[in-house]
Ligand binder design. Sequence first.
Ligand code: HEC
Ligand code: HEC
Length: 357
Amino acid sequence: MYFWFLRVSCITWLLLLLLLPSMGVSASSQEVSDGETLFAQHCASCHGIKGGGGIGLPLSNPSIIKSLTDEYIRYTIRVGRPGRLMPSFSLSLDDRQTNAIIQYMRSWGEADLIRDQAEGFQGDIKKGERLYQENCLSCHGENMEGSKEGTGVTFSRQRTMSVMPPALNNPAFQDAISDRALLHVIQEGREGTPMPSYKHKLSHQDTHHLIAYIRSKKRQVRGTTLKDEPLTFLVDSPLSFDETVKRIQETVRSNNFRVFPERYLEQGLTDEFSVNKQQVIIRFCNFHKLYGALKIEPRLGTILPCKITVIEKQDGSVQLVYANIKVLATLFNNDRLIEAFQEIEQSYNDIIDEVTL
Ligand code: HEC
Ligand code: HEC
């Protein structure tokens, strides 16, 4: 009897002793596991399970996570990279969820930017330009628009690199990254990706020239002059009518868009037998992107841009007709919408390029 009580209380004490210390940390480990789930839901499709990489960068790579500060990650999640694949989550993740994701990502490693012994150096844009052309242009592109090679952007393109060189002129990237973090990436490179380290090749002063040049190339989102832009584009297709339709459908699918049953242009306007079968509208949509844009501007629903019309002319030549998304977006005079539309525009351009080049 006596022993029995003693045993119970022993077990109870033991349990209490085991539980008590863990209660303190349970809140934050709960957050980390929330973060892991949220990451799996929202990010892993591109950045890979546990951040190992895919279409998106391998974020958990030790040399990458080290150069990502909390503020940088937070800004990148909120704003995304307009015009690139990285979406904005400003509408789908609140502050708590974003923090949980950051906490989870921190389990891969802390931010540890190198100290710049050359603080106070003034960069020279002209010198930076020359250094960029010699060292960086081959991967990051003439205008820092990033590479279309590597993984991502379009699946139908050849993958020539394990990780695609990102756009450095992207305004959201430039707003997110500090000079110190830029310096860190250039000096240290990103081990395990094609991004080399320039520690032994470029001095701190050179790196500052480069940073000055990179800053000068930031792409302007606002205030773009669109007055002379056409409302619709007409592009010749090098392929036959049927081949063009087929190619568009394939490309649209490989860009993660859904294709709807095609419709003849005049359908519903004339009787069944006189429909011109050499005019087809291909409707397609990426719901994630479109819903993002619709949440910003519901009136958009009236002019949904998700279609390309293919027309065969009398002389047998084939043309594509599609809306100028940039102009459509400016009709609503909403900067956030313009940014959301840039992503859709990029997909459009990729699809048209794929069919016509
Ligand atoms: C549709 C694909 C996609 C999804 C989903 C996505 N990303 Fe990205 N992400 C990318 C791409 C692609 C890049 C590189 C940007 C570029 O090319 O300019 C990137 C870049 C980043 C960067 C910058 C990394 C660096 O080294 O500068 C961070 C941080 C990031 N993503 C975090 C996230 C998080 C967190 C989520 C989920 C909330 C997420 N991403 C969801 C595709 C994606
Ligand atoms: C051989 C190709 C290659 C060369 C050359 C190269 N880069 Fe990169 N760079 C990459 C790749 C790939 C990444 C993406 C790595 C990652 O973060 O996963 C990258 C990432 C970066 C980033 C981080 C961008 C981001 O979104 O996080 C910066 C900044 C950068 N490079 C600047 C430069 C500069 C400046 C030079 C020239 C001094 C240069 N790179 C030369 C391939 C290259």
